[in-house]
Design a binder for this molecule. Structure first.
Ligand code: PGA
Length: 234
């Protein structure tokens, strides 16, 4: 399975280095064969040689240029980064990235052969409007994305479940994931308030190929426990 940690705007470079080294030792000690991805804050990126795959939370769709505040692909190349998160709810809703911008970013990093974790998910108001409105909203987030891209991973993360402690029921996750699997055969992760207490149940669902964990992954032992759950289930 794929077990991913989105560290968001947390952990300095020093703390991130410690985090990654500890995680690698824990993974080595348990002989885990799970695919583990960690997305540190941009200024905490560093070359990393262990089993953990380090990815970028964001980058601009350009090699370099006049894009104040952004980094380009050459800045990722400096650290050997070939994995990127695109379409995260905070990028869409807090930073205001449009579907069109996300598609441009997706295509740019696809052309470079990056492993792309592409996130989709509905706000609460859409879920409350009912199934049809919710699916229409999620469908629009697939627009323009090459669903046959071989290095694609999709993460379904309901906006209302991110960082709130709320999660859909297992049945709701299973139903929604089954629908998303019909659209695209790429591995499908669930994200949104996954923690040690619920990770085993989520990972045990048939249509869940892994998890994307935010807050609960900041504790490296907890994150490793979730990796071990995936190993037991597989
Ligand atoms: P959370 O975040 O686990 O803190 O809910 C998940 C995410 O944003 O990827």
């Amino acid at each position: 399975m794929i077990i991913a940690a989105n560290l968001k705007t947390n952990l300095t470079r020093k703390q991130t280095t410690e985090y990654l080294n500890t995680l690698d030792s824990l993974i080595d000690a348990s002989n885990s064969t799970q695919e583990v991805l960690v997305f540190p804050a941009t200024s905490s990126l560093n070359p990393h040689a262990g089993k953990v795959i380090v990815g970028a939370q964001n980058a601009y769709p350009a090699t370099n240029g006049a894009f104040t505040g952004e980094i380009g692909s050459e800045h990722l190349a400096e650290f050997g980064i070939t994995t990127i998160l695109i379409g995260h709810s905070e990028r869409r809703h807090v930073l205001g990235e449009s579907q069109e911008e996300l598609v441009t970013k997706f295509n740019f990093y696809k052309d470079l052969g990056f492993k792309i974790v592409y996130c989709v998910g509905e706000p609460l108001s859409l879920r409350e409007e009912g199934e049809e409105a919710m699916m229409k909203y999620i469908d629009a987030q697939y627009e323009g994305i090459d669903l046959n891209y071989k290095n694609l991973i999709i993460a379904y993360e309901p906006v209302w479940a991110i960082g709130t402690g709320l999660t859909p029921t297992s049945k709701d996750i299973e139903d929604l994931h089954s629908k998303l699997k019909e659209k695209c055969s790429a591995p499908l992760l669930y994200g949104g308030s996954v923690k040690v207490a619920n990770a085993k149940e989520v990972l045990g669902l048939k249509s869940v190929d892994g998890i994307l964990v935010g807050g609960a992954a900041l504790n490296v032992e907890d994150f490793n426990t979730m990796i071990n759950f995936a190993q037991e289930i597989e």
